[in-house]
Design a protein around this ligand. Structure first.
Ligand code: ADP
Ligand code: MG
Length: 371
């Protein structure tokens, strides 16, 4: 390994001319550094530039501006087959008329690798994805998850240092997708190669990744670990896109490095929270964000800062949790409570119009920039 980074994008822009004749920046000044051996995800909704970024790493597209580096080397116009990366595509289209062995061997045969070596390398790739013994099956004789693993083996047989995966689990049903998430993650750890994974599914990205780049409109909104992204989103977009959150508009009354006091006009009250940007100032209009599971419902007699009386509008029992929709001076908030105690008595849950007390702790309350 010559470089700390497996892949690097430096200020990469990709512009396309649409069929209507408009120019769009599919990727708009993206910079990211992907470490060797890392499980790295690009996460964002459809059209945010994930596939285009991946295709530029693979060499199927060239940047309009900026540069892609692999193992520290500028790629310029290096063609895909000369890059040490390999792609597992969105629709992993296996050749239906070919056996598992033939599917995995195909690329090597095209390269003219000799037969004894093909046999050995295909055998190893199938072993890695635990499909030994299935060599003679056709794709339709395999489950969805097994077909997926054939697609991964087909990419691994080329011994890439970086595997690029574009929504590879998109076609699978939820249960199988969850199983495959854990399987792919285990496979990546066992192989120790770098995975760059594209998904629009936030839970998938949180489950699998060492780090995530959250993307929107061709730009990286935040690049951090799953915990940082969920617990310390840098802006409202990220807080809203990953998980759920309650948002309140307000104005900073006082601020230090660790705490901001924000006046919330709708509540005619102040809330304390943690500033999520360094450059916030007194008087600035901001968004206060608090996640539903981080609002606490407390005894109404309690006397502490940060307690607000609210009225229950609706309470939904969903087995593991109860979701309480509360109203507080015309502001609607969602609160989630885990059902840690088994009980049947309906009066032990929250009922419509019941008055409850909500506690917002400063360490659970994030103060975000408005943009
Ligand atoms: N070859 C192309 N020509 C014109 N526009 C394109 C082309 N490829 C992608 N785009 C546009 O670029 C944007 C990003 O696309 P894409 O990278 O596929 O997004 P994602 O994979 O995140 O869904 C979209 O608006 C898409 O329509
Ligand atoms: Mg895509």
């Amino acid at each position: 390994m010559t470089s700390e980074f497996a892949v690097e994008l430096r200020d990469v822009v990709k512009r396309f001319i649409t069929p209507e004749g408009n120019e769009i920046a599919a990727v708009d000044h993206v910079t990211m550094q992907i470490k060797n051996g890392e499980f790295f995800s690009m996460l964002g909704s459809s059209g945010c530039g994930k596939t285009t970024s991946l295709r530029m790493i693979a060499g199927f597209e060239w940047p309009t501006e900026g540069e892609v580096y692999i193992e520290g080397k500028a790629m310029g116009h290096t063609p895909p087959y000369q890059r040490k990366v390999n792609t597992v595509f969105q629709s992993y289209a296996l050749f239906q008329h070919m056996t598992v062995f033939q599917n995995v061997a195909f690329g090597l045969e095209m390269e003219g690798v000799k037969e004894s070596e093909i046999k050995q390398r295909v055998g190893r790739a199938l072993e890695m994805v635990q499909l030994t013994g299935m060599e003679r099956r056709k794709p339709k004789q395999l489950s969805g998850g097994q077909q997926q693993r054939v697609a991964v083996a087909r990419a691994l047989v080329k011994t890439p240092e970086v595997l690029l995966l574009d929504e590879p689990l998109g076609a699978l049903d939820l249960k199988l997708r969850k199983e495959m998430q854990l399987e792919l993650k285990a496979l990546q750890q066992q192989l120790g190669i770098t995975f760059i994974y594209v998904t629009h599914d936030q839970e998938e990205a949180l489950t699998m990744s060492d780090r995530i780049a959250v993307m929107s409109k061709g730009r990286v909104q935040q690049l951090a670990t799953p915990v940082e992204i969920y617990e310390r989103p840098v802006n409202k977009f990220v807080a809203d896109f990953i998980g759920e959150s309650n948002f309140l508009e307000g104005k900073i009354k006082s601020i230090s490095k660790d705490e901001a006091v924000v006046h919330i006009p709708a509540l005619n009250a102040d809330i304390r929270g943690m500033p999520m940007a360094r450059d916030m100032v007194n008087g600035e209009e901001v968004i206060v964000s608090i996640r539903p599971e981080k609002v606490r419902i407390v005894e109404s007699g309690a006397k502490t800062d940060g307690i607000f009386k609210a009225r229950v509008m609706n309470s939904v029992y969903i087995g593991s949790d109860t979701h309480v929709y509360a109203e507080l001076d015309g502001v609607r908030l969602k609160v989630m409570e885990q059902n840690r105690i088994s009980r049947l008595d309906p009066s032990s849950f929250y009922n419509k119009d019941q008055v409850i007390s909500l506690l917002f702790l400063p360490e659970n309350t994030l103060v975000l920039k408005k943009d």
